[in-house]
Design a protein around this ligand. Structure first.
Ligand code: KG4
Ligand code: ZN
Length: 340
């Protein structure tokens, strides 16, 4: 089945074509230059930019796959969670194509896309632990199969990527700042130079919290220090990574899973990759990361999840609406899952 997939949940406009052979094309138009001056995503600008980009991006995805709409057999699109004005653009275009062409349509949960993105590159046996770390989400899931997700823990406040971006803004490194912090830290920053606090939560063994370390950085900068920016970046990054690694390894041990998959934009972080791989090896765990292009937002992962569901006969009605807070892996999720 040849599927056209569309993703527009936040600030990337993306389209992909997938068939039985895998990903035929995956195009992403970033809006970083639009939002950069504001130090964060401006929802109104994001949806307007999606409107401008969506059709050219779809056309590029079709051309790169050497197909036309005549060759497409089904359409998949993200319907949540995300910014509602952004979601609506991709979703409505996807439903429009499905209606005009009489094609089956499936809405995909963005988080499901991230959790399954690894499967675009290689098979991973279920169940695996999915650590999802992005700009909007930081959560831990037991992934038991396509559509079978159990949320084990989540952030109580900021997402890890949000903490990276806010830290980068305080340090004057631009937006989005996660990659800049990674780069500066990797260029000789000392992770032990500043001891930032690590939150330890009494309830919710697998939960995360990043607002404390963010406040600690703000206070540290206000106090005025002559420490090199690279050292501050490395130390801040190390605190975030410690707080991601701790609950993940604890859950892997408690549930007896053999594989941990780290996905979402922050999984591009080089130090997180190295630390997770090293600690995983020590604990007898396999740690897998999607390739960089499938870590950050993309439509290939939406196509993978959508196609898997379409192949087992699932479709959505064209009345499906965008849902800004669409959950996954909890009792009230529309996606089949086990209560946490
Ligand atoms: O998954 P994603 O593209 O979009 C969301 O769904 O949020 O993730 C974007 C986030 C941003 O916060 C960005 O700063 C962070 O991923 N990020 C990184 C790195 N590359 C991207 N954070 C730390 N280190 C990186 N190398
Ligand atoms: Zn994402």
């Amino acid at each position: 089945m040849r599927v056209l997939a569309i993703e527009s949940s936040c600030d990337d406009t993306a389209a992909a074509v997938l068939d039985a052979g895998g990903v035929r094309s995956s195009i992403v138009a970033s809006q970083d230059l639009v939002h950069g001056p504001y130090g964060g995503v401006v929802p109104e600008l994001a949806s307007r930019q999606h409107v401008l980009a969506i059709l050219p991006v779809i056309e590029r995805a079709l051309a790169a796959a050497a197909v036309t709409l005549d060759d497409i057999e089904a359409v998949a699109a993200t319907y949540g969670p995300g910014l509602v004005g952004s979601l609506l653009v991709g979703l409505q275009v996807a439903k429009g194509i499905a209606l005009a062409r009489g094609l089956p349509f499936i809405g995909v949960n963005h988080l499901e896309g991230h959790l399954l993105a690894i499967l675009l590159d290689r098979p991973v046996p279920f169940p695996y632990l999915g650590l999802l770390v992005s700009g909007g989400h930081t959560s831990l899931y037991l992934v038991e199969g396509v559509g079978a997700y159990c949320m084990l823990g989540r952030t109580r406040d900021d997402a890890a990527g949000e903490a990276f971006d806010k830290a980068a803004k305080m340090l004057g490194l631009g937006y989005p700042g996660g990659a800049s912090i990674d780069r500066l830290a990797a260029g000789g920053g000392d992770p032990g130079r500043v001891r930032f606090p690590r939150a330890s939560l009494k309830r919710g063994a697998y939960d995360f919290s990043f607002s404390g370390v963010k406040t600690a950085l703000r206070q540290y900068l206000l106090d005025g220090h002559s420490v090199a920016v690279a050292d501050i970046c490395a130390s801040f990054q190390e605190a975030i990574i410690d707080m991601l690694v701790g609950p993940t390894l604890k859950a892997a041990r408690a549930l007896g899973v053999a594989t941990v998959v780290v996905s979402g934009g922050v999984s591009a972080n080089s130090r997180l990759r190295a630390r997770m791989a090293e600690l995983g090896a020590g604990a007898g765990l396999e740690v897998a990361f999607p390739r960089f292009a499938y870590c950050t937002d993309n439509a290939a992962m939406i196509g993978y999840a959508g196609r898997a569901r379409l192949l087992r006969g699932e479709t959505h009605d064209l009345t499906l609406n965008a849902e800004a807070t669409l959950p996954i892996g909890v009792a009230d999720a529309p996606v089949v899952g086990r209560p946490a």
